[in-house]
Write a protein that binds this ligand. Structure first.
Ligand SMILES: N[C@@H](CCC(=O)N[C@@H](CS)C(=O)NCC(=O)O)C(=O)O
Length: 120
């Protein structure tokens, strides 16, 4: 079962690489402004999780530079996700607001809807 899951994960990564979405193009000034905003966002994720792949594809399509944090292999990120986010589920977007408060947004569809509403 673990092996089948591993094979499926690799297949998803291969298809994702072969059919990578085209990123939105912005002027360098607009991209710099967006980059400043996305520096406050971190995506806790697993490399081969289908929901994470779906979210990373949306991030790429929107032309966003968002740091990804491997919550499977990095024990610090795993611990942060569980204790500060509230549960061990990926993808999860950590949003640091201008007032310093931190929000943890779970569910791939909600993360994508949030990014689309903010960056399109
Ligand atoms: N409905 C969720 C499903 C996310 C989900 O099932 N993620 C799995 C990984 S593919 C997970 O975090 N499982 C918990 C774990 O691995 O500890 C979404 O769309 O984000």
């Amino acid at each position: 079962m673990k092996f089948i899951r591993w094979i499926l994960g690799r297949l998803i990564l291969l298809l994702n690489a072969l059919f990578a979405p085209k990123p939105m193009v912005r002027s360098s000034e607009a991209q710099q402004q967006v980059d400043a905003q996305t520096s406050k966002l971190k995506l806790y994720q697993y490399l081969a999780c289908p929901f994470c792949v779906k979210t990373r594809r949306a991030i790429r399509r929107l032309g966003l530079n968002i740091e990804t944090r491997d919550a499977l292999h990095n024990p610090t990120f795993r611990e942060e996700l569980e204790t500060q986010g509230g549960k061990q589920q990926v993808p999860c977007l950590q949003i640091t607001h201008d007032d310093g408060s931190v929000e943890w947004l779970y569910e791939s569809s909600d993360v994508i809807a949030y990014l689309q509403s903010r960056f399109t």
